[in-house]
Design a protein around this ligand. Sequence first.
Ligand SMILES: Cc1cc2nc3c(=O)[nH]c(=O)nc-3n(C[C@H](O)[C@H](O)[C@H](O)COP(=O)(O)OP(=O)(O)OC[C@H]3O[C@@H](n4cnc5c(N)ncnc54)[C@H](O)[C@@H]3O)c2cc1C
Length: 315
Amino acid sequence: MTGVERVVVVGAGVAGLTTAVVLAEAGLAVHVVAEEIPGVTSLAAGAMWGPYLVEPKAKVDEWSRRSLEVFRELAGDPATGVRLTSGIEASRTAEVPPEWATTLPDHRPCEAAELPPGFTAGYRFTVPLIDMPVYLGYLLRRLEATGGTVEERRVPSLAQAGPADVLVNCSGMGARELAPDGDLRPIRGQHVVVENPGLTEFFSEDTGTSPELLCFYPHGKTVVLGGTAVEGEVGLARDDEAAAGILARCAEVEPRLAGARVLDHRVGARPTRAAVRVEEERATVGARVVHNYGHGGAGVTLSWGCAGEALRLAL
Ligand SMILES: Cc1cc2nc3c(=O)[nH]c(=O)nc-3n(C[C@H](O)[C@H](O)[C@H](O)COP(=O)(O)OP(=O)(O)OC[C@H]3O[C@@H](n4cnc5c(N)ncnc54)[C@H](O)[C@@H]3O)c2cc1C
């Protein structure tokens, strides 16, 4: 026996909900407290499995691999919103594929004829794509089916999230105030969602550190088009100029996207720091605290791996 019975998870983004599911399925009484259910940044993700804007590498590799195993299983059930999808990551300059992609079993270099005009290299592979509104709904249902409970409430401090034996801090950018953690910084990202004109494959450009990204992820009837990665305090209001740029970049690579009906705009702030923080902090708030935040541009990719580590720390 560990003496841990009741756990409160602060945050209902992909980090909080996945952690809550893992803890509840391990037999703990789990209560989630969050200002937004589900978390806005998690809703805005594309989402593709693949580490981006996140450190430290060794841990990221381990956590990503664990999540990949789980997403492959979830892809068998359409209700999860997870699909194994083939597609291309291409570059106008680099010849080298992203290292993580080379670990995928069906990874191969593209033939020149497979690449859009202007691209010099590309790699084809199959990865999980995650339709975030559907997936976050699935996680909520799975949590509630195990007896977990959810409460919509902003907490001014971790101490006011309890009572609990363990508090798990999955508050994303909110950890700046709650931890408190001055190292966390937002990297704003925007997506445009359109009606799917018949795409079945994803595309992503290796744009390096550019704030203008180019990717599209088909999710059945919709396609999520990206994107942007803008450092700093720029708010979460929709930027029409950024949306127009996203649509133009994507349509240049995939002409079927030109004129596709726009259904939605999604904006989030990637919670970024020098290293993802999954660790226990000795109690200053009357309960043990386990932090799980700072996942940058890879919170979906890391979610199951980090949740497993949070469970080990909680116990
Ligand atoms: C445009 C875009 C594209 C992305 N694409 C991908 C991708 O393809 N693959 C990938 O792996 N990742 C991607 N990401 C990154 C991913 O979305 C994030 O890393 C992830 O969503 C972070 O999840 P989170 O649960 O930590 O944060 P959030 O989703 O922000 O959730 C935080 C939760 O904490 C709650 N909270 C905060 N403060 C308080 C408080 N004081 N009191 C109560 N509740 C509080 C919030 O209400 C919310 O419920 C993308 C991000 C963006 C913006």
